[in-house]
Design a protein around this ligand. Structure first.
Ligand code: ADP
Ligand code: ADP
Ligand code: MG
Length: 450
């Protein structure tokens, strides 16, 4: 089966650059799309062709379906890669692509629809014998019934947006008095962020590990699981640093996570690339949390320890090719850590857009940088503040940490604030070094400036 001839990348920033790199290695031509403010972006310079799709505002450009489809038609692209964020989890977009006879590089529209209905996805998992956190069975209807469910599962509980993502639309509630207010706040935030105010609740389990499993599925439904990532270093339910493998997962547990992930993929009749997210608590209980129906920000750590180029695999799978590797031939080797470098104040996390006046990127053994920035580039205020991902690989966790610390020390980004100092602090914290952390870790260590 021939691969695609030309892929349009409906995204920007580092992930657009990442997809262009995969395409170039596969001999596929690329089309970048950009908003007016992104004219000087690296993805525009690196792609074979580039086409402006509208003004800076995302609704007018990167979320503008007619504009993106026209760009694909004008350039005679035969597939679209959506990256992450933007239209990547929009089932209407996936369907619109098919209607225009353009391949959508991702799961089926039905897969995306279910992944975007987190309350329903939990119900499906439960039905198939995969443990879920105790909570409401589906979305909430009225406040009185909600109170009854909350009392039954016991406080603290977490109110979550069924259509949610990126850690938004979530509220932890410690007692009955706060419930009403939390429901209203979460609904307002969910409406504003996702255009859908549906909520569900579940037991809030403090100090958990966020463990997720990368999966890849071919058209025949064969599932490959690529091991776990530990994404427990979080601030406000958002990931800041990820690693693979998890420092606390034993071979036996890894096997258990893997089996649940494969079972989940089969239960959902899942296709293409995806991630199954789990909660792992102090008693070693595993609970399904959600499925992300797209490539994830932290996919490089899995690439480093499996040797599999996940984006190339995703493109091949979308053309209908079988998985390039069998489960029994897949082995994890060494250790990898990723630091998300954001254009933000490293300790208040307030965005810091602006012009980069000096830039020097680390290199050397075991270091990889996925980014889209350069000296003289202006980080616009309109989009996500992720500007680079610094990825370290080592033959074991200690070497990965040593290399990451060395690379953080070499990295120079001047003119704007970045989260590099934050990562330096984490990478030298004794609890992080010993693997003793969870989702409550950052609040406890109260990470401060160097
Ligand atoms: P999103 O769709 O925004 O990624 P998730 O459902 O994946 O939302 O949750 C994001 C984060 O919130 C998790 O990684 C975890 O740290 C925290 N979280 C979610 N549900 C619970 C829970 N029931 N108990 C404790 N922490 C939770
Ligand atoms: P990952 O699960 O890949 O670690 P994040 O949760 O950090 O990813 O989200 C990846 C990107 O996608 C971020 O830019 C985030 O703002 C965006 N994002 C995630 N979920 C949604 C959503 N439902 N709607 C809009 N943007 C989203
Ligand atoms: Mg999540």
């Amino acid at each position: 089966m021939p691969l695609f001839r030309k892929i349009l990348i409906a995204n920007r920033g580092e992930i657009a650059v990442r997809v262009i790199r995969a395409c170039r290695e596969l001999g596929i031509r690329t089309v970048a799309v950009y908003s007016e403010i992104d004219r000087g972006s690296m993805h525009v310079r690196l792609a074979d062709e580039a086409i402006c799709i509208g003004p800076a505002r995302v609704a007018d450009s990167y979320l503008n379906i007619p504009s993106i489809l026209s760009a694909a038609e004008v350039t005679d692209s035969d597939a679209i890669h959506p990256g992450y964020g933007f239209l990547s989890e929009n089932p209407q977009f996936a369907e619109a692509c098919s209607k225009s006879r353009i391949a959508f590089i991702g799961p089926t529209a039905d897969n995306i629809r279910l992944g975007g209905n987190k309350a329903r996805a939990k119900q499906v998992m439960k039905k198939h014998g995969i443990p879920v956190v105790p909570g409401s069975d589906g979305i909430l209807n009225d406040k009185k019934a909600t109170m009854a469910i909350a009392r039954k599962i016991g406080f603290p509980i977490i109110v979550k947006a069924s259509a949610g993502g990126g850690g938004r639309g979530m509220r932890v509630v410690y007692d009955e008095m706060q419930l009403d207010q939390a429901l209203t706040a979460a609904e307002t935030e969910a409406m504003a962020s996702f255009g859908n105010g549906d909520l569900y609740i579940e037991k809030y389990i403090p100090n958990i590990r966020h463990i997720e499993v990368q999966i890849a599925v071919d058209r025949e439904g064969n599932v490959l699981q690529l091991g776990e990532r530990d994404c427990s270093v979080q601030r406000r339910h958002q990931k800041l640093l990820e690693e693979s493998p998890s420092p606390i997962i034993t071979e036996k547990l890894r096997d258990k996570f893997g089996k649940y992930a494969v079972k989940a993929a089969e239960a959902l009749r899942y296709r293409n690339l995806g991630t199954i997210e789990f909660i792992f608590d102090k008693e070693e209980n595993i609970y399904f949390m959600e499925i992300n129906t797209r490539v994830q920000v932290e996919h490089p750590v899995t690439e480093m320890v499996t040797g599999i180029d996940i984006i190339k695999e995703q493109i091949r799978l979308a053309t209908g090719l079988p998985l390039s590797i069998k489960q029994r031939n897949m082995h994890l080797r060494g250790h990898s850590i990723e630091c998300r470098i954001n254009a933000e104040d490293p300790f208040t996390f307030v965005p810091s857009p602006g012009k980069i006046s000096f830039y020097y990127q680390p290199g050397g053994p075991g270091i990889r940088v996925d980014s889209s920035i350069y000296c003289g580039y202006t980080v616009p205020p309109h989009y996500d503040s992720l500007i680079a991902k610094l990825i370290a690989y080592g033959s074991n966790r200690k070497e990965a940490i040593d290399r990451m610390r060395r690379a953080l020390g070499e990295y120079r980004i001047e003119g704007i604030k970045t989260t590099i100092p934050f990562h330096k602090t984490v990478l030298s914290n004794p609890d992080f070094i010993s693997g003793n952390f969870d989702t409550g870790y950052l609040e406890r260590v109260n990470v401060k400036g160097p």
